[in-house]
Design a protein around this ligand. Structure first.
Ligand SMILES: NC(=[NH2+])NCCC[C@H](N)C(=O)O
Ligand SMILES: [Mn+2]
Ligand SMILES: [Mn+2]
Length: 347
């Protein structure tokens, strides 16, 4: 749509300092971490996504790409379970480190891409982003709601609990998990929208309903269409005021036929076109500030083709969130090139 580009640029000028000067500089933060769940291999996600050509794709979109490399996480030796939650201190410490790095990168004026790693990393990623942009809103694209508390979680895994750590509204339902005393929940339930849900635990369902969280399950997408879902999503988050968007994209939101190399696949997911439409619409707001891409697990690709499909899909959604269009672009050509006088036009 013709109005989108100029309109979004106009809006960007009126934004708070944390959103300015972001448009042409992208930071990549690798977070090779897997202790938020029990399947090893997801720590190789950042390398696999880079190997699929991420930096080159973003450079072709005319961005200055700053690849900050991978963070170094430590596994703490003495880290007993908390209730049935494994590795609480290790996950807490990793997220503390990521939060600091994310805050620094956002503060330096970059649009940031966090490559996971498992989805527990969204705790640090969103926390660090919020330190620079306290009025951010969160779009969570996922088969799962990741909003269990330690008391509702069937698995104990922290990658299924990230949102519960972020939400102010759940503060009095959360026990003190060791490793997380460095952070305070800051997000309001109304500043969050889910897209793609199809595997929601009973405890998560009561949380979503009690807090009145806006979500669009795969059934809602079937019923309304992805175009209407995005309209309502962006209206819900941005109608009152324009603010930075944090997009947390779990690759398992896509159908497992498209993204097989992931730890908790669920049938009946987003089509390629639905997923790309989501990121295109987010790009068109001009407000994307941080994007997480998580749960790409290269060791779970049954064949090299399955892995390649998953990683190139990850690169495609990132490129689309950063402005790659299906209609082409004329970055290299201000006008249609004309042959010089003395060149023969046709043979
Ligand atoms: N980020 C993910 N893939 N999360 C899967 C969570 C699965 C399940 N709801 C749990 O809490 O254990
Ligand atoms: Mn998921
Ligand atoms: Mn997730």
């Amino acid at each position: 749509m013709a109005l989108r580009g100029p309109l979004s640029r106009l809006l960007r000028c009126t934004l708070s300092s944390c959103q300015q000067n972001r448009s042409h500089s992208v930071a990549i933060l690798g977070a090779p971490f897997s202790k938020g769940q029990k399947r090893r291999g997801v720590e190789h996600g950042p390398k696999a996504i880079r190997d699929a050509g991420l930096v080159e794709r973003l450079s072709n979109l005319d961005y200055a790409v700053h690849d900050f490399g991978d963070l170094t996480f430590k596994h703490l030796e003495k880290d007993e379970h908390f209730m049935h939650v494994p590795f609480p201190r290790t996950v807490g410490r990793a997220n503390q480190l990521l939060s600091g790095a994310m805050s620094g990168a956002v503060g330096a004026g970059h649009t940031c891409i966090m490559l996971g790693g498992d989805h527990s990393l969204a705790i640090g990623s969103v926390d660090g982003h919020a330190q620079q942009c306290p009025d951010l809103c969160l779009i969570w694209v996922d088969a799962h709601a990741d909003i269990n508390t330690p008391l509702t979680s069937p698995s104990g895994n922290l990658h299924g609990q990230s949102v519960a750590f972020l939400l102010k509204d759940l503060q009095n339902k959360m026990p003190q998990v060791p490793g997380f005393s460095w952070m305070k929940p800051f997000l309001s339930a109304r500043d969050l929208v889910y897209i793609g849900l199809r595997d929601v635990d009973p405890g998560e369902h009561i949380i979503l309903k009690t807090l009145g969280i806006q979500y669009f399950s795969m059934r809602d997408i079937d019923r309304m269409g992805i175009q209407r879902v995005m309209e309502v999503t962006l209206d819900h988050l941005l109608a009152r005021k324009q603010r930075p968007i944090h997009l947390s994209f779990d690759i398992d939101a896509f159908d497992p036929s498209l993204a097989p190399a992931t730890g908790t696949p669920v049938n009946g997911g987003l089509t390629y076109r639905e997923g790309i439409y989501v990121t295109e619409e987010i790009h068109n707001t001009g407000l994307l500030s941080v994007m997480d891409v998580v749960e790409v697990n290269p060791t779970l690709g049954a064949t090299p083709e399955a892995l390649e499909a998953t990683t190139s899909l990850a690169v495609d959604v990132i490129a689309s969130a950063l402005g790659q269009t299906r209609e082409g672009a004329h970055i290299a050509f201000p006008k249609i090139p004309e042959p010089k006088e003395d060149t023969e036009l046709r043979l």
